[in-house]
Design a protein around this ligand. Structure first.
Ligand SMILES: [Zn+2]
Ligand SMILES: [Zn+2]
Length: 243
């Protein structure tokens, strides 16, 4: 189950929409918080309203350094200490030191890191620019890729996810970072999604309304325009299928 606990696109009533992203993944061996939004108070309040207890979270994964993805971490770690925090390469030493001082363990994932059976990071992309990774979760429908901002290119992250998991990719969900892209550039990315065999897309956070509309127009029912509080009822595939 994938629950969007932080997003700037409005969604479920009673939740606060705020610039940033955060998603809780339940149903695998470990419960994961992917990104923490920009504001810890909003993160914790949205989680509370969505019945996600911070104590349930076993692992935090941060997609990249930007404040709208990492800003809620310190408040979260005050509620839930001692969890491992997976980060891509390129985070400043001061950030890592701060996380350790809050009682968490920092794991820098240059290559694809296995978090538990059926859950792994893509490995870091965007070397020399904004370094970022995504999270791959195995489900009976195929792999789900969760992205933060997708600064290295959502299509490049998806290609990397397919490579490290072996595919197929069922859903790509999160920020696609296409706000400043032209219509033809966005179309080229949708073409690449089709080439990669991605069945569904859920662009939110920094995807931008023009890109969201174009994805919806081209993918129809295969595209969901989601916001804060949206729950994807896809169960992670914890046990290997018996032959
Ligand atoms: Zn962002
Ligand atoms: Zn960003």
């Amino acid at each position: 189950m994938f629950t969007i606990v932080y997003d700037n696109n409005p969604g479920q009533k009673g939740l606060t929409a705020d610039w940033g992203f955060g998603c809780v993944i339940r149903g695998a061996e470990k419960t994961i918080l992917f990104d923490t939004g920009g504001n810890g108070r909003i993160l914790l309040e949205n989680m509370r309203r969505l019945n996600v207890d911070p104590k349930e979270i076993d692992v935090v994964v941060l997609s990249h350094i930007h404040g709208d993805h990492t800003g809620g971490l310190a408040s979260f770690l005050q509620e839930r200490t001692g969890v491992p925090v997976y980060i891509p390469t390129g985070f400043p030493p001061a950030f890592k030191q701060r996380v350790r001082s809050l009682g968490a363990q920092v794991i820098e994932a240059n290559d694809s890191a296995r978090i538990c059976p059926g859950v792994r990071t893509t490995g870091t992309l965007g070397k020399g620019a904004i370094e970022e990774h995504g999270l791959c979760v195995k489900t009976p429908e195929g792999w789900v890729l969760v992205t933060g901002c997708a600064h290295p290119g959502v299509d490049n992250l998806a290609a990397q996810a397919k490579e490290v998991t072996g595919g197929p990719l069922y859903l790509v969900l999160g920020g696609f970072h296409l706000l400043s892209r032209s219509r033809s550039q966005i179309n080229a990315i949708i073409d690449r999604f089709e080439e990669l065999g991605i069945r569904r897309a859920a662009p939110c956070h920094c995807s931008g309304d023009p890109a969201r509309r174009l994805f919806k127009q081209r993918l129809g029912d295969r595209c969901e325009l989601v916001g804060v509080g949206h729950v994807f009822r896809i169960k992670p595939h914890e046990k290997p299928r018996t032959p």
